[in-house]
Design a protein around this ligand. Structure first.
Ligand code: BJW
Ligand code: ZN
Length: 245
């Protein structure tokens, strides 16, 4: 249920920022990380999502990412992704900040987008940093090598790694300067991304969470719209279009 206060804020908001997490892709069939069916229930992040893990056992980590790619390549965006793509044109200033690596926001048509944790469809050399933009077939079992001899890895941000500097700077700038901020489908557990809604709140934005459950950051925010993002985001877009008509 969208509050009267939020309806009013939606009508007047000029600078809007949205942070998304794995929950936005859940309705497309992409598994989340935490939660009962989450990836971290079945696989250990220590063994799979750090640079040390990759250097210790590159074949295992490569195999896991190939498996993850096989899960996402045939998957389609859902109504939540499409609603966010539409929201770009409904505010003067809009930015989508995503932790997701699946690229589904871009497939849905979002253009004003900041990727905080990279993109699983891209690869880069673990030694010289050269990018490999083309998708490597998911049935490629051996870890490919760069022309410099280094091992090629997915272009995602692992635990203990810095986020891309430009992306995180732009994201914090948007959080500090928005008047309305949405935190959608994220557990608010992983830093520094989890700090963004808090920073927005401290900078006097109205901060709305969209999630079927309470999260680590719910107590610090203004309003929780409890439910799946694939249902709630289209309702918000519908309201905005009525206002603009
Ligand atoms: C729905 C839904 C529906 C379901 N609709 N919603 C203590 C304090 C601060 C920081 C740290 C600390 N200890 C350690 C750190 C640092 C660490 C960290 O945060 N660790 C935490 C575990 C505590 N962070 C880092 O290491 C980061 N780097 C960094 O800090 O650099 C500086 C530094 C360097 C060296 C030393 C120390 C500092 C990097 C973080 C990288 C995160 N990488 C991953 C993997 C990406 C690659 C891959 O995909 O394999 O990113 S981890 C994973 O978690 C992935 C996600 O982007 C990220 C966030 O998860 P997200 O999106 O929130 O998903 P879930 O599953 O947690 O939640 C889903 C939500 O959806 C739930 O709430 C559901 O209810 C909801 N949902 N269905 C809407 N239909
Ligand atoms: Zn290289």
């Amino acid at each position: 249920m969208i509050s009267e206060q939020l309806i009013d804020i939606l009508k007047n908001a000029k600078r809007v920022a949205v942070l998304t997490g794995a929950g936005v892709s859940a309705e497309s069939g992409v598994p989340t990380f935490r939660g009962t069916d989450g990836l971290w229930k079945r696989f250990s992040p220590e063994e799979l999502a750090s640079f040390d893990a990759f250097m210790r056992n590159p074949e295992l980590v490569w195999e896991w990412y190939q498996y993850r790619r096989s899960l996402i390549y045939d998957i389609k965006p859902n109504t939540g992704h499409y609603a966010l793509a539409e929201m770009e044109d409904l505010f003067d200033d809009f930015i989508l900040i995503t932790q997701n690596v699946d690229g589904l926001h871009q497939v849905a048509g979002s253009k004003k987008i900041i990727e905080l944790h990279g993109n699983i469809r891209r690869n880069k050399c673990s030694k010289c940093g050269e990018y490999y933009a083309e998708e490597i077939p998911v049935d490629k079992k051996e870890v490919p090598k760069c022309r410099c001899g280094g091992l090629i890895r997915p272009d995602v941000v692992w635990f203990g790694e810095m986020l891309p500097e430009d992306a995180i700077n732009k994201a914090f700038y948007a959080a500090r300067n928005s008047d309305l901020f949405f935190s959608v489908g994220t557990s608010g557990f992983v830093h520094p991304a989890a700090q963004l809604p808090i920073t927005a709140k401290e900078s006097k934005a109205y901060v709305v969470e969209i999630n079927p459950d309470k999260t680590a950051i719910t107590p610090y925010l203004d309003e929780l719209l409890k439910g799946p993002s694939g249902k709630i985001l289209p309702e918000i877009v519908k309201l905005l279009k009525l206002n603009n008509a």
